[in-house]
Design a protein around this ligand. Structure first.
Ligand code: SF4
Length: 132
């Protein structure tokens, strides 16, 4: 587990709706461990990054792992959530501060609009994340 978990803005949405679906088993284990750690201590600090984060570490799609992650696509999603949450690259926040902010802002309609081109939403795997 990294000393401080880094998170790219759009992963605030993905972690909220995570149901265990992932690209590969190493990445699934990594996501499960990170989400468990954040649930166990939601007050812990996370660092905002606009590049690969702690969740990307074991992803077979990451550029680091010579995968096919669509950099422009994910960076565009990051930009939208960064603006929505009014956060900047390199800032550090308690995870639950960011989560509360997100839950106060996000609706099912906004989520579906922002993520309309993401495969996970198209496959219906996270479409219920912000249903109230
Ligand atoms: S590398 Fe890309 S596909 Fe993999 S977890 Fe990170 S943003 Fe998602």
């Amino acid at each position: 587990m990294p000393k401080i978990i880094s998170i790219r803005p759009h992963h605030m949405l993905c972690t909220e709706g995570y149901k265990g679906f992932n690209y590969n088993k190493e990445s699934k284990l990594n996501w499960t461990n990170l989400i468990s750690a954040l649930k166990e201590d939601p007050t812990q600090n996370v660092k905002i990054t606009l590049n690969e984060d702690s969740f990307c570490l074991e992803c077979q799609n990451s550029a680091t792992n010579k995968g096919t992650c669509d950099k422009n696509f994910v960076q565009n999603l990051d930009k939208k959530i960064k603006e929505l949450l009014n956060i900047e690259d390199g800032e550090i926040y308690p995870f639950n501060t960011l989560r509360t902010k997100l839950l106060n802002i996000m609706t099912k309609e906004k989520h579906h609009g922002i993520c309309k081109d993401c495969g996970w939403l198209k496959w219906g795997l996270c479409k219920d994340t912000f249903e109230k």
